[in-house]
Write a protein that binds this ligand. Structure first.
Ligand SMILES: Cc1ncc(COP(=O)(O)O)c(C=O)c1O
Length: 442
C-alpha cells in the first residue's frame, strides 16, 4: 500500500544540509532560476549573487556554452564507467587541468565533490608512503579553522568544532596547526596579512612531537574560506613548503574554493609561487553546473604506484561517478569560458577596486573587521550578546528578503565571493546592498 502522499509543496521531507531547517521552513528562501550574475526567487524577485552560488559559479549562471555542452553530452552518452573503461573527455579534461597547474602537478584523479577530493588526497598520501616502504607515515596534519569537507578524513583534519564534535573522534592520527587569524594583529587587512607568517613554524613543534617518520601529509587551504575568508599571512605557505621539504612530508593545498580564478589565478599555488604535492579542487571546475571534484598530483607520486603486474589495479580507490561524462563536458566548456573571457585575469584586474569597495564598509554599525583577497570579501559583525551567529543569520535574511542580494554567512561574518564575470557596476551595487543590510540590522 502506498504511504500517505505528501503534499507536493510540503517542505518537510527534505532534510536540508548545513541549514537551520526549522527557520528555513518557517520562512523559505527559494531560488527558482538563475542567469549570469543573478538568481530569481520564487516570488519573482531578481537577486544579485554575492556568493557565486556556494563559491562555485565562477563563470556565472546558466552560461550558454556550458548548458549546450551538458545537453549534448546527455544526449550522446550520459554515463560511462571509469573503472577499467574510459571516455575521451575525461582524458582531455585531465590534460587541460594539469596544464593549468604549476610545476610537475600533472596527473588528475576525478571524484564528485570537495569532500571526496580531500578524502582522496589523504588516502593517496598514506598509500604513497606505503608504496615507498614507509608505512608508519600515517599521521595527517590539518589546521584549526580549516574546512576540508564532511567526510571522516575531512573532518579529522578540519578545524571547525561543530563539524567534528557530534561525530566521534574520527581518524585517530590527526593533528592541527594553529589558526592563522588574529584580529588584534590583523584587523582590516587587505590581501595577505603582514602578521602571522611565523605561525607556520608550529609545524616544527608538531614534527618534534610525533616525529616526521609518522607524518604523511599536511593539508591547508591557501585561504580558509568557510570560517570567514582568512587569507594565509605573508610568507606562511612558503614556510610550510620549506618545512615539509625538510622532513619529507607531503603538502596538500585544498583549493576547492581558491581554484579556478577566485584569487586571480588558476590556482592559489600560482599566486604564492608554492608548488604543493597535491591540489584538491571541485566547485569552479564546472562552474557548479555538474558536481565534480578531483586531485591533481605530482608525477612522482603517480609513478610510485605504477609498479607490479600490469593487469593489477594500482590504487584501490574511485567513485562510480569519477570522470562522469556530463561533468567532463561541463568542465571542458567551463575552462573554455574562463579562457576566452579571461575571467581569472578579470578577477586579478578587479582585486584593488573590489578591496576598496569592501573596505569602504568600515565604520558601519557593528563592523569589527573586514578582509579581502582576490574576489573574496568578509565583513565580521559583532555578535549579539549571548546569541553567536544570530546577527549573521539576520544579515542573510535581510539581504535576501529586503535587499535582493544573496550572501553567504559564516557565523556573524558576511562572506562575499561573486561570480568572476563581475564588473565595476556590480561591485557598486553589491556593496551598496551590503551596506543597507548592515544598517538595517543596527
Ligand atoms: C576548502 C574546501 N574543501 C572542501 C570542501 C567540501 O566540498 P563539498 O561541499 O563539495 O564536498 C569545501 C566546501 O566548501 C571547501 O571550501
Amino acid at each position: 500500500m502506498a504511504a500517505a502522499t505528501l503534499a507536493p509543496n510540503d517542505l518537510e521531507a527534505f532534510w536540508m544540509p548545513f541549514t537551520a531547517n526549522r527557520a528555513f521552513k518557517a520562512a523559505p528562501r527559494m531560488l527558482v532560476r538563475a542567469k549570469d550574475m543573478h538568481y530569481w526567487s520564487s516570488d519573482g524577485r531578481k537577486l544579485l549573487d554575492g556568493a557565486a552560488g556556494l563559491w562555485c559559479v565562477n563563470a556565472g549562471h546558466s552560461r550558454e556554452p556550458i548548458v549546450k555542452a551538458i545537453q549534448e553530452q546527455a544526449a550522446e552518452m550520459a554515463f560511462a564507467p571509469s573503472f577499467q573503461f574510459g571516455n575521451p573527455k575525461a582524458f582531455q579534461l585531465a590534460s587541460r587541468i594539469a596544464a593549468l597547474a604549476p610545476g610537475d602537478l600533472d596527473h588528475v584523479f576525478f571524484c564528485n565533490s570537495g569532500s571526496e577530493a580531500v578524502d582522496t588526497a589523504l588516502k593517496i598520501a598514506i598509500a604513497y608512503w606505503n608504496a615507498k616502504g614507509q608505512g608508519a607515515r600515517q599521521r595527517l596534519i590539518g589546521r584549526v579553522r580549516g574546512y576540508h569537507g564532511v567526510g571522516f578524513g575531512g573532518i579529522a583534519v578540519g578545524g571547525i568544532t561543530p563539524n567534528r564534535k557530534m561525530f566521534g573522534s574520527s581518524l585517530p592520527a590527526a593533528d592541527h596547526l594553529p589558526a592563522t587569524y588574529n584580529r588584534a594583529e590583523q584587523a582590516f587587512s587587505r590581501g595577505e596579512p603582514a602578521w602571522g607568517g611565523h605561525l607556520a613554524d608550529e609545524l616544527e613543534n608538531i614534527v618534534g612531537l610525533h616525529d616526521a617518520s609518522t607524518i604523511a601529509a599536511v593539508i591547508v587551504e591557501p585561504m580558509a574560506g568557510s570560517t570567514g575568508a582568512l587569507p594565509a599571512p605573508k610568507g606562511y605557505l612558503q614556510k610550510l613548503r620549506a618545512i615539509c621539504d625538510k622532513h619529507d612530508i607531503l603538502l596538500i593545498f585544498d583549493e576547492v574554493i581558491t581554484g579556478f580564478g577566485r584569487l586571480g589565478h588558476a590556482f592559489a599555488a600560482e599566486r604564492y609561487g608554492v608548488v604543493p604535492d597535491m591540489i584538491c579542487f571541485a566547485k569552479g571546475v564546472t562552474s557548479g553546473a555538474v558536481p565534480m571534484g578531483g586531485v591533481i598530483v605530482r608525477g612522482g607520486l603517480y609513478e610510485a604506484f605504477m609498479k607490479g603486474p600490469e593487469h593489477v589495479v594500482e590504487l584501490f580507490h574511485g567513485y562510480t561517478y569519477s570522470a562522469h561524462p556530463m561533468a567532463c563536458a561541463a568542465g571542458l566548456a567551463t575552462l573554455d569560458v574562463y579562457e576566452s573571457e579571461k575571467l581569472f585575469e578579470n578577477a586579478r584586474a578587479l582585486e584593488d577596486t573590489w578591496a576598496d569597495a569592501v573596505h569602504g564598509l568600515k565604520g558601519l554599525p557593528n563592523v569589527v573587521d573586514i578582509r579581502t583577497i582576490g574576489l573574496v570579501g568578509a565583513i565580521d559583525l559583532a555578535p549579539k550578546d549571548g546569541a553567536p551567529g544570530k546577527r549573521g543569520f539576520e544579515a542573510m535574511e535581510q539581504s535576501f528578503h529586503h535587499q535582493d542580494l544573496l550572501i553567504r554567512i559564516a557565523g556573524d561574518s558576511i562572506v562575499l565571493s561573486p561570480p568572476l564575470i563581475l564588473n565595476e557596476d556590480h561591485i557598486d551595487e553589491m556593496i551598496d546592498k551590503v551596506a543597507r543590510t548592515i544598517r538595517a540590522l543596527a
